[in-house]
Design a protein around this ligand. Structure first.
Ligand code: PGA
Ligand code: ZN
Length: 422
């Protein structure tokens, strides 16, 4: 049959940090081709699906992915050649069954997701549809609101910031293209402000600036507000702030340790109090991983106290896993989920997680990883899933901009039917 899989091949390539990752190429009988390159995180959640690395110290500090490549080329190819590429659910179920572990540790979530995404792309090409329309149908017309990570700290930069991500969210823009312009202009204004203060304008892993600030984590919020104003926008109405402290990365022995900024040690409740104070002082609309991944009780308290006012997003605590998202909904842990395809490892399971969010009235944010490639699958995926929000880095570095540029293309292609907003 013309839409059946003819061949599957994988290749070891490099990501934006210069570490190996996997690229998969799927060819169908009708000549359609789909490729997918898989990203990689640095501040990963403990319960994420396993990214299979070779652990061979003689290559790439043990980070090679030749075993995952081999798993695709031999075992996965043998199981899937001849199957219909348009049956995404069957393909993904076959991959899960073949792997047969809870966390995809045998074949590797990187190998499995590479195949899952490449099959979707090949099927879309075979149906002569753009990926967002293939995955989302005719109703996929909603562009996501971007969260742009303009100041980088934590595990993504050697800056003085304990908190990993300070993002701007141009929520008042009328279109996606305009939101990008608002964001890019604010990014350039921030660069000028840092430069004029004699601070570094070098960037971190996600393209945000990574300066050494004397004024602790707060100063990052102050600089962003100043940049929004300098670019000619209104803080809050036009452009708001979103944070991802990635608190698991500074949680040690039962305390949140703000050592880089010298802001001391804090309990969960002291962290919540700090965020509540910031929300009063700065135009913050969303906080992701304000607390650590095991702090389910703290998360629920934070959501109870602040969830009416702002979005509380679970990343490391939920790891895009429908099982944890269901628990989060039950326990009112947050009111939104971060969605990373490679945290769970197949397209089908990721969609299932998003469905749970929708049913619960939760928000969702489709997210890149700090180690990325030029692959813009997630841009199409965000539109296919009905928009919401997207987090894909700052306003520089092509592995980030590739996703924004793809969204510009989609918005232009949808023309009059395109919609924008959370
Ligand atoms: P990571 O960070 O890709 O390094 O895990 C992203 C995030 O924490 O949202
Ligand atoms: Zn995060």
């Amino acid at each position: 049959m013309k839409r059946s899989i003819q061949s599957i091949n994988a290749l070891e390539i490099l990501d934006s940090r210069g570490f190996p990752t996997i690229r998969v190429r799927v060819a169908l009988e009708d000549g359609s081709i789909g490729t997918a390159s898989i990203p990689s995180g640095a501040s990963t959640g403990a319960n994420e699906a396993t990214e299979l690395r070779d652990d061979d110290a003689s290559r790439y500090q043990g980070k090679g992915v030749l075993t995952a490549v081999q798993n695709v080329n031999v075992e996965i190819a043998a199981a899937l050649v001849g199957r219909l590429a348009t049956e995404q659910g069957v393909i993904d179920a076959t991959l899960i069954e073949l792997d047969s572990t809870q966390n995809k540790s045998r074949l590797g979530a990187n190998a499995i997701l590479g195949v899952s995404q490449a099959v979707a792309r090949a099927a879309a090409q075979s149906c002569d549809l753009p990926l967002y329309a293939y995955l989302g149908g005719v109703g996929a017309v909603h562009l996501p609101v971007p969260m742009m990570n303009v100041l980088n700290g934590g595990k993504h930069a050697d800056s003085s910031l304990d908190f990993q991500e300070f993002m701007i969210m141009p929520k008042g823009a009328p279109t996606f293209a305009e939101s990008l312009r608002y964001g890019a202009e604010t990014f350039q204004a921030l660069k000028k402000i840092l430069h004029d203060k004699g601070l570094s304008t070098a960037v971190g892993d996600e393209g945000g600036f990574a300066p050494q600030l004397d004024g602790g984590n707060e100063q990052a919020c102050e600089l962003i507000v100043a940049a929004i104003e300098r670019a000619g926008y209104r803080p809050s109405e036009d452009i708001a702030i979103a944070l991802d402290p990635a608190a698991s990365s500074f949680f040690e022995d039962g305390k949140y340790r703000l050592t880089r900024s010298g802001q001391g040690e804090k309990t969960s409740d002291e962290m919540i109090a700090l965020f509540a104070d910031w929300v009063k002082r700065y135009p913050i609309v969303s906080i992701e991983d304000g607390l650590a991944e095991d702090d389910w009780a703290g998360f629920a308290r934070m959501t109870e106290q602040m969830g009416q006012q702002i979005q509380i997003v679970g990343d490391d605590i939920l790891v895009t896993n429908p099982k944890f998202i269901a628990r989060g909904i039950q326990e009112k842990t947050c009111n939104a989920a971060l969605i990373k395809l490679n945290q769970i490892g197949t397209v089908t399971e990721t969609v299932a997680g998003i469905h749970l969010c929708r049913q619960a009235g939760w928000g969702f944010v489709i997210s890149h990883r700090s180690g990325e490639t030029e692959d813009a699958f997630m841009a199409d995926f965000a539109v296919a899933m009905g928009g919401g929000q997207i987090k894909t880095g700052s306003m520089c570095r092509s592995e980030r901009i590739a996703k924004y540029n793809r969204l510009l293309e989609i918005e232009a292609e949808l023309a009059g039917s395109a919609r924008f907003g959370v």
